[in-house]
Design a protein around this ligand. Structure first.
Ligand code: HEM
Length: 182
């Protein structure tokens, strides 16, 4: 399935409707300024796990670069532009993680942290019905993100198993091959 088609399917399956997209866009002025703060808290959380600490700090300047990349990713959640470019970008991000040895068991709990940090901010900024609409829309877009990420990993593994039978290596090598083809 191509990324755009996959995204369309996920939008339908999660029930991400025009009213949710409108809600996400209307959250952008609140969410965009929060992105750097969320990025700081996010990498602080990741760094407390020994395995993830090693991945992140093994390359000089990596975390500093990631603060920026994460903030861009975060703002795009509220862009309302969930199109081919969005889908390709998200698939690519999934492959970048697979290539550096970040596994779903690292990634999925980290998604939970993004949700927790975001809900804390929403709680401070929003009230009543506005808050419920924000949570519902945000949960849907995050479900789309998780599914895109999982599909990236699956594609990388599938590709990599043509090259090696070692699962860890297959994931990395498959991701590398797909990133080169892109
Ligand atoms: C919600 C979860 C996460 C998000 C949104 C996220 C976001 C990103 C983004 C946007 C990039 C840049 C990709 C590119 O080059 O195009 C990236 C790269 C990366 N991420 Fe994550 N990430 C997440 C989870 C994690 C976790 C759990 C780890 C574990 C250590 C991690 C480690 C890395 C590493 C090592 C890179 C490559 C950095 C480099 O280019 O040297 N990420 N991430």
């Amino acid at each position: 399935m191509n990324p755009e088609e996959l995204l369309r399917t996920l939008i339908r399956r999660t029930g991400l409707k025009p009213e949710h997209i409108k809600a996400l866009r209307s959250l952008e002025p609140i969410a965009a300024p929060m992105a750097p703060e969320i990025a700081l808290a996010f990498y602080d959380y990741l760094g407390r796990d020994p395995e993830m600490h090693k991945i992140l700090w093994s390359v000089p300047g990596r975390v500093e670069r990631l603060y920026q990349s994460f903030a861009v990713w975060y703002r795009e959640l509220f862009s309302g532009q969930y199109d081919a470019q969005y889908a390709q970008g998200r698939i690519r991000i999934g492959l970048v993680h697979a290539r550096v040895g970040v596994r779903p068991s690292h990634f999925i709990p980290a998604v939970g942290i993004v949700q927790e940090l975001t809900l804390e901010h929403f709680r401070n900024a929003l009230r009543g019905a506005e808050m419920l609409a924000a949570i519902s829309a945000f949960e849907k877009v995050m479900a789309v993100e998780i599914a895109l990420m999982q599909e990236s990993y699956f594609n990388a593994l599938w590709e990599g198993l043509k090259l090696t039978q070692n699962e860890q290596e297959a994931l990395k090598e498959g991701a590398r091959a797909l990133l080169e083809q892109a």
